[in-house]
Write a protein that binds this ligand. Structure first.
Ligand code: PGA
Length: 252
């Protein structure tokens, strides 16, 4: 099954109204002009900007996503945002289990799985993030760590329309360092084969696997050419119109 490339901009905790809207409008303009984009693009602004960015990208074909969601649909959870609330703002995606959430908020695989299942229940596509820390790679434990996180975080009902997996080595995020293309290929092959065992070959073949961690215009083409890489989850470089657009254009 052909998998359409996907490039996701994770703005993290960046952006005020003026610059967030300028970025969204510029990307929407390029996307409308492009027309026949081979790739799908999604923007995940901070919660404060989702509604405004949604207006700015209306009818451009760019999708909207949240950077996190709570496992419960509503209730007494001060400061949290639920998956149905994201859906209410016309989001298509919710990132879950980003390593910054795992590190800053102690999120476990079980919690990430519950969040992913909440996203699916709300009709969103979960972008499930997994990836090893530097010490784990140095200890030769990368494949084991990635496998454990994948199987522990994957939502029940994972399917091509509901689930995207993002492999993001923690040591590559925001550092300017990336694994070699061979290392990325090795991990993506492992993820695909574990998905096949868990969900069956046909389902596994349809699920998109993104790479994330210091993707830039200068390395995107080489990374996206790796077998099994279906696009990127982009942090820092997604805050610059030209840089992010060039990354998207590097999709297969
Ligand atoms: P980076 O972040 O592109 O700034 O390395 C990627 C991510 O955290 O999703």
């Amino acid at each position: 099954m052909a998998r359409r490339s996907l490039v996701v901009g994770n703005w993290k905790m960046n952006g005020f109204k003026a610059d967030g809207l300028a970025l969204a409008r510029a990307l929407a303009g390029r996307m409308r002009h492009r027309g026949d984009a081979r790739f799908e693009m999604a923007l995940c602004p901070p919660f404060t900007l989702i509604a405004a960015v949604g207006d700015a990208i209306a009818n451009s074909g760019i999708a909207l996503g949240g950077q996190d969601c709570h496992p419960k649909p509503k209730g007494a959870h001060t400061g949290d945002v639920s998956a149905p609330m994201l859906k209410d703002l016309d989001c298509r995606f919710a990132i879950v289990g980003h390593s910054e959430r795992r590190a800053d908020h102690g999120e476990t695989d079980a919690l990430v799985k519950a969040k992913a299942e909440a996203a699916l229940a709300a009709g969103l596509t979960a972008i499930v993030c997994i990836g090893e820390r530097e010490a784990e790679r140095d200890a030769g434990r990368t494949l084991q760590v990635v496998k454990t996180q994948l199987l522990g975080s994957l939502p029940k009902g994972a399917a091509p329309a509901t689930t995207v997996v993002a492999y993001e080595p923690v040591w590559a995020i925001g550092t300017g360092r990336t694994p070699t293309t061979a290392e990325i290929g090795e991990v993506h092959a492992l993820i695909r084969s574990e998905l096949a065992q868990a969900l069956g070959k046909t389902t596994a073949e349809g699920i998109r696997l993104l790479y994330g961690g210091s993707v830039k215009a200068s390395n995107a083409k080489e990374i996206f050419a790796v077998d099994g890489v279906d696009g990127g989850l982009v942090g820092g470089a997604s805050l610059d119109v030209d840089e992010f657009w060039a990354i998207a254009e590097a999709c297969r």
